[in-house]
Design a binder for this molecule. Structure first.
Ligand code: FES
Length: 108
């Protein structure tokens, strides 16, 4: 499998999550305030909620439904009610292109 272009880097708003789908896999892409791009599974592990509709706080993405904040680095929820992590994907930047392979998860 190869990485797929999901959006332009210049399209990403800082501290705002953007939902993309690659090969049917929903992924939340986040440009953090340090200029680093993260990609984590978009579906909250507590319920069928899109995390990209939530809030970016530092290096976390918080689910709007019940407040679990997931680490953008490890995918782990930092507080209940969610207790299972979401996957974290490797992000490649090529010029202005943001590329993700949903089969290429980060070892965390
Ligand atoms: S659905 Fe996300 S914390 Fe409950």
């Amino acid at each position: 499998m190869t990485a797929t272009r999901v959006c332009a880097l210049s399209e990403l708003e800082q501290d705002t999550a953007r939902r993309v789908e690659v090969e049917g896999v929903p992924i939340a892409v986040v440009l953090d305030s340090n200029g680093e791009v993260h990609a984590i599974g978009d579906t909250c592990t507590h319920g069928d909620i899109s995390l990209s509709e939530g809030f970016v706080e530092g290096e976390t993405l918080e689910c709007w439904a019940h407040g679990s904040a997931f680490s953008l680095r490890t995918g782990r929820p930092l507080n209940l009610p969610a207790y299972e992590p979401v996957p974290v994907y490797v992000v490649q930047i090529d010029g202005d292109d943001v590329l993700i392979d949903p089969n290429l998860k980060k070892e965390v």
